[in-house]
Design a protein around this ligand. Structure first.
Ligand code: ATP
Length: 513
C-alpha cells in the first residue's frame, strides 16, 4: 500500500476513534458518502466556520451575512443554468460495472505524471545536495520537461473537449491514454454521458398539486435572489459583499474520498457585487485575500497552489481554485470566480423584475458584476485535520500521536488534570474548570495515569493541559503543559486565563489577516 493511502486511512480512523467524524446512520451500515460530525468534529467545524464568518462579516464594513433557505423557487435553478448545465461527464466500465467521472479519470492520470516529476526532483535534490536549483532543474531536465509538456497537453485537450461538450473526444482521450478501471484494470468503457447532479424533491401534500423542487446545489443563489433586499434594507453601496454558510446537495457520481466529496455538504460563500469593468481588479484582490486567510492558519505555504481554470463554468469569465495538498495529492479546496452579471441578469429575465443598482458616482443604473469566493467547509475540515495529524517518535522510542490543530480551532482549549484522584486535588481542579469555562472550552479528566491523559489530549488536539498537584494546594500554582513542545511551566492559577486566553482566541488568527 502506498504511504499516501496509509496516511489517509489513518486520518479516517483517527477521526472516528476520537469522535470527530462518524459514517451517517452507522448502525444501519452507513449511507454512501454521507457523514455525521461527532462531538469534537462539530466543535472544530464550528470554529472553522466562525473564523471564516468573522474574517468576512466582522472585519469588513461592506460585507454582511445572511442565512437563506435550502428550498428555493424551482425557476431559480432554470435561471442559474443548473437545470441545463449542472452536469458531470459520466463513464461506466462494462467489466467492473464501476462508475466514474470521465474528467477525474483523466485528471488522475495527469496526477500520476506529476508524481513522476516530483520523484525526479527528489532524486536530483539528493544527488546535487546544497547546490540544487529546483526551478532550473524543472525547466532544463529533458525527461521532466517532457513530462510537464505531456501533462499540460492532456489537461488542455480535456478542457477544450469539455468546453465544447465533445464527449466523444473525452472518451477518445481516455482510450488514447490507455486509462483502465482503477479497481480491475479493465479498459472496456461505455460512451461518456452527461449526468445532472441536482437532487429533486416535492413540496406539498397531494400528488397532483405537489411542486417539484430541488435541494440547492450551491448556496450562492440564495444570495443573488436577495441582492436587492439586502442592498436596500442595508443601504449598501457598491462594492459590497453578502456572505453565507449553509448546506448544499449534489448527487455526485463518485464520492469515495471521505468528507472530501460528499452528497450533502456545507459551503461558505461570499458574493461581492461590483461595478462592471472592475472585475479583474477584484478577482485578483479576492484571490490574494483568500490565500492569506489560509496561510494565517500556518499549515505550510508549500501545501497551497493556485490552479487557473481552462474550462470555465457557464457563468464565469475567470476562475481559479486554491488547491491544497490533501493526503491523496493536490486537490481543489476553494474556488474564486468572476461571475460577471450572469446570475442577476438571468434572474431579471426569468422574473421580469429589475435587479439594477443606481450608482451615484457614475450617475447610471446597471446590473452589478460579481466576484465570488466559495469554499467547502468539510473540505476545509479535512485539510486542517489531515495536516494536523502527526506521529512523532520520542527519545524513548515510543510513538506519540498529536493533532497539531491551530489552537484557535481546537475543540477543547484546556484540559485540567488532578495528578491523583484524592487529597482534595479533584476539588481544586474542578474549581479551576468552573472558572475557565466562561472564557473557553475547558474539560476535566481524572482517569488513568497523567502521562496517558496527556497523550489522549494530544490526540484530540487540545493545546494546553493544566495539572494540579499537591504543591498547588499550598501555593496556588499549577503545571501548564504545551501540546506541541511538551514543555512544562509552573504558573499561578490566577494567570491561566490570561496566558491561555490570548493564544486560543480566534482574534489571534484574525490579527494575521
Ligand atoms: P469539484 O470540481 O471538486 O467537484 P466544484 O468545482 O464543482 O468542485 P464548486 O462548485 O466551485 O466546486 O464549489 C465550491 C466549493 O464547494 C469547492 O471548492 C469545494 O470546497 C466545495 N464542494 C463542492 N462539491 C463538494 C462535495 N461534493 N463535497 C464537499 N465539498 C464540495
Amino acid at each position: 500500500m502506498s504511504t499516501q493511502t496509509d496516511q489517509f486511512k489513518k486520518v479516517i480512523s483517527h477521526a472516528k476513534e476520537y469522535g470527530f467524524v462518524f459514517p451517517s446512520s452507522e448502525i444501519y451500515d452507513g449511507l454512501s458518502a454521507v457523514y455525521d460530525y461527532a462531538q469534537n468534529g462539530a466543535a472544530l467545524k464550528n470554529n472553522l466556520r466562525t473564523y471564516w464568518w468573522k474574517s468576512m462579516v466582522q472585519l469588513n464594513e461592506n460585507i454582511v451575512g445572511i442565512d437563506a433557505a435550502i428550498f428555493m423557487h424551482p425557476t431559480t435553478w432554470k435561471a442559474s443554468g443548473h437545470v441545463d448545465a449542472f452536469n458531470d461527464p459520466l463513464i461506466d466500465n462494462k467489466t467492473s460495472k464501476k462508475r466514474y467521472r470521465a474528467d477525474v479519470l483523466v485528471e488522475d492520470h495527469v496526477a500520476k505524471i506529476e508524481a513522476k516529476i516530483e520523484k525526479e526532483v527528489e532524486k536530483a535534490a539528493k544527488r546535487f545536495g546544497a547546490d540544487f536549483d529546483q526551478a532550473q532543474f524543472k525547466s532544463t531536465n529533458p525527461r521532466v520537461v517532457a513530462y510537464q509538456e505531456n501533462a499540460a497537453a492532456i489537461l488542455k485537450r480535456l478542457g477544450q473537449s469539455l468546453e465544447k461538450e465533445d464527449l466523444a473526444d473525452v472518451k477518445a482521450l481516455i482510450e488514447e491514454l490507455e486509462i483502465s478501471c482503477p479497481e480491475t484494470g479493465s479498459r472496456d468503457w461505455t460512451e461518456v454521458k452527461q449526468f445532472n447532479l441536482m437532487f429533486g424533491t416535492k413540496l406539498g401534500a397531494s400528488a397532483d398539486t405537489a411542486m417539484d423542487l430541488y435541494l440547492r446545489p450551491e448556496t450562492a443563489q440564495g444570495i443573488f435572489v436577495n441582492f436587492l433586499n439586502v442592498q436596500k434594507t442595508g443601504r449598501m453601496k457598491l462594492p459590497f459583499g453578502i456572505a453565507q454558510t449553509g448546506k448544499a446537495f449534489r448527487n455526485e457520481i463518485v464520492a469515495r474520498q471521505f468528507i472530501f466529496r460528499m452528497r450533502e455538504f456545507e459551503q461558505m460563500e461570499m458574493q461581492f457585487f461590483i461595478p462592471p469593468g472592475t472585475q479583474q481588479k477584484w478577482y485578483e484582490h479576492w484571490k490574494a485575500t483568500r490565500l492569506k486567510w489560509h496561510l494565517a492558519l500556518g499549515l505550510g505555504k508549500e501545501n497551497y497552489r493556485f490552479h487557473d481554470h481552462e474550462k470555465l463554468a457557464h457563468y464565469a469569465d475567470a476562475a481559479a481554485d486554491i488547491e491544497f495538498r490533501f493526503p491523496f495529492g493536490f486537490k481543489e479546496l476553494e474556488g474564486i470566480h468572476s461571475r460577471t452579471d450572469f446570475d442577476l441578469s438571468s434572474h431579471e429575465k426569468y422574473t421580469g423584475k429589475k435587479l439594477h443598482y443606481f450608482d451615484p458616482e457614475r450617475n447610471e443604473s446597471y446590473v452589478p458584476y460579481v466576484v465570488e469566493t466559495s469554499i467547502g467547509l468539510d473540505r476545509m475540515f479535512l485539510a486542517v485535520f489531515s495536516n494536523a495529524l502527526t506521529e512523532e517518535t520520542l527519545e524513548d522510542g515510543s510513538v506519540r500521536t498529536v493533532l497539531k490543530l491551530p489552537p484557535a480551532l481546537a475543540p477543547t482549549k484546556v484540559a485540567v488534570l488532578p495528578l491523583v484522584k484524592k487529597d482534595g486535588l479533584p476539588e481544586l481542579a474542578r474549581s479551576i474548570v468552573g472558572d475557565l469555562k466562561w472564557s473557553f472550552e475547558t474539560t476535566y479528566d481524572e482517569k488513568d495515569a497523567v502521562g496517558r491523559r496527556y497523550r489522549r489530549q494530544d490526540a484530540l488536539g487540545t493545546p494546553y493541559c493544566v495539572t494540579v498537584d499537591h504543591q498547588s494546594l499550598e501555593d496556588q500554582t499549577v503545571t501548564l503543559r504545551m501540546r506541541d513542545t511538551m514543555l512544562q511551566e509552573r504558573i499561578a492559577i490566577n494567570d491561566i486565563k490570561q496566558i491561555v486566553g490570548a493564544e486560543v482566541a480566534i482574534e489571534k488568527l484574525l490579527r494575521k489577516l
